[in-house]
Structures are given as C-alpha cells and as structure tokens.
Design a protein around this ligand. Structure first.
Ligand code: SF4
Length: 294
C-alpha cells in the first residue's frame, strides 16, 4: 500500500471558521466522537495507538493534524495524540498541521512545536495579498488574523512553512493573477513550500458548491493550466510522490499541483491518504464511510 500521509481528524463540535469553499460542509460527517465521550475514552486511545502503528508499519512517514475544524480547537486531544505517538515503536517524526492560523498566538505555536512535535505548518490561504479579503472568505471570528504576522511567528521558530492556496478568482486582490506574482508574494512571506489546491464541488447545490461555481471561473482554471505548463517547462523535477503526483523545484519552492485534494482518483494500486476519524477508525476516502479500513 502506498500511503502519502495519515490525516488525524482532531475532534471539535463546530469549526471556528466558516470558509466559503469548505469541503467538509459539502458532505455529511457523522463519525461518533469517541475521544470526547468519556465512556469510550480508553477504547479510543487504544484504537488510536493501533491505527498509528498500522500506518507506520505500512511505510507512512507523515502525519497531518486536520479535521472538520481547526486543530487548535482541541488542545487536550493534541496532548493525548502526542503522548500516544511518542509511545509507538517508531513514532511519527514528520508532523504537519493544517490551519488558517485563526486565534493561534505565539504561546500556542510554542505548544505545537515543543509539546506536539509539529514540524510543518500548512497555512490555508484564500487571499494572499489582502487580510480583510482572506478573513472574509474564511469567515473567521478572528478579526486580527494577519497572514504576514502568522508566517513570521512560524519562521521565527524555524518551523517549515507551507502555503496552501485555495485557488479562486480572488486569491490575488492587488497583483496580476500570474504565477510570478504568487511566487513573489509567497517568497516575501518566507514560505518553504507551496501547494496549489484546485477547489471543486462534489455537489454544486450546496452553499459552498455555489460559491465555488461563482468564484472558480475560467480565470482560475487558466491560471492553473499556465502554472502547470510553467512548472513542467521551467521547474526541476524532484520526485514522484507515492500516489503518482510529480513534485518540482519551481523558483526554489517545492511545488505540487494537487488536483485531487479529496483523494478521488481511482488508481487501484495507490492509497493516497489514511484518515483517522474521531470514531477511532481508519478510512481511505474523505467522503465515504464505506472506505473503512479497520
Ligand atoms: S477551517 Fe477548514 S474545516 Fe473550518 S470552515 Fe474552513 S475549510 Fe472548513
């Protein structure tokens, strides 16, 4: 089995943001939260240990803290995850966290780094050059969220900074919508890596699906095509990830264009992600309970 990463869903009641393109809201997620339920807590932690071990034994080296909410919403879960991980025969050393940065202050960053072992922060961005637009698309309650300040704090700690751009027509508000502008802005923010995430809607009748239809037009699709051509022509091939996508050195950044962020491709020999849900079980697809592994 080829596993790119294990995504661990950090449980919480409701996300502190309400991103206009949120894919979690486009499909139901009725996985029982066995971590928060005190009657199941011991079973959950035992199950978590087995699933982490299983992923490691199948060659998975990267663990991503994510979920249908922001990981920073559940500090106690992160503490327990860290304890379980450290108790494995070969713990995950490469631990990534996916976040918009909402309500993360310097003390919280210290906790992620020294207590949880986070080595990469993947910052989810909807607008790269205008914080107000970014906050508006994320619909966050954190009215002070500032991309530059957050990135500076990450780099101060020498944590790997990945900018995950949710590609939409407004991802650049004040610059020409070209790969050069994006590279320049990401470079100024101190990014080490960039992921271009092609937004798509499995159901165009949802609020989020309608937003994507209006805001991911030919302008963005053309950008992605231009970028792919530029990366292939001018970038330096680095390697091929386990699930088949090529990674390039593009102007000094590691660049992958992820057109399958929901792990939809049906290459039968590849398992792109493992997902540990709050019910303590492993799945291989974000939008299918039938993808249960065990
Ligand atoms: S932060 Fe993530 S889970 Fe929360 S609303 Fe945005 S996309 Fe959805």
């Amino acid at each position: 089995m080829n596993i790119q990463s294990l995504s661990v869903c950090v449980p919480a009641n409701k996300c502190i943001n309400d991103c206009r393109f949120c894919c979690s809201k486009m499909h139901t997620s009725d996985y029982r939260d066995r971590f928060t339920d005190v009657s199941c807590y011991a079973t959950y932690t035992g199950n978590m240990r087995k699933r982490l071990e299983y992923a490691r034994e199948n060659g998975c080296n990267t663990c991503m803290l994510t979920g249908n909410n922001e990981p920073q919403q559940n500090k106690e879960f992160l503490r327990v995850f860290s304890e379980v991980n450290r108790s494995l025969r070969t713990p995950f050393l490469n631990i990534e966290m996916q976040t918009t940065g909402a309500f993360i202050d310097p003390d919280f960053l210290d906790f992620f780094q020294s207590s949880v072992g986070v080595t990469t922060i993947a910052v989810s961005v909807a607008c790269l050059d205008d914080d107000e637009n970014n906050r508006d698309m994320i619909q966050t309650a954190d009215k002070t969220l500032c991309l530059k300040t957050f990135c500076e704090e990450i780099k101060k700690r020498d944590i790997n900074l990945r900018l995950c751009l949710n590609m939409n027509d407004g991802v650049l508000a004040h610059h020409a919508y070209t790969p050069e502008s994006v590279i320049e802005l990401c470079s100024a923010l101190g990014a080490d890596q960039i992921t271009f995430r092609a937004l798509w809607a499995p159901d165009s009748n949802t609020e989020q699906g309608k937003w994507i239809s209006r805001h991911v037009t030919a302008k963005t699709l053309d950008f992605i095509e231009t970028l792919k051509a530029d990366v292939k022509a001018g970038g330096k091939y680095l390697d091929t990830l386990e699930y088949g996508a090529d990674r390039y050195d593009y102007h000094g950044f590691s660049v992958v264009v992820d057109e399958d962020s929901m792990s939809q491709e049906t290459n039968k020999t590849a398992v792109k992600y493992l997902i540990l849900r709050p019910d303590g079980h492993l799945y291989s697809k974000w939008d299918s309970k039938a993808s249960l592994i065990f």
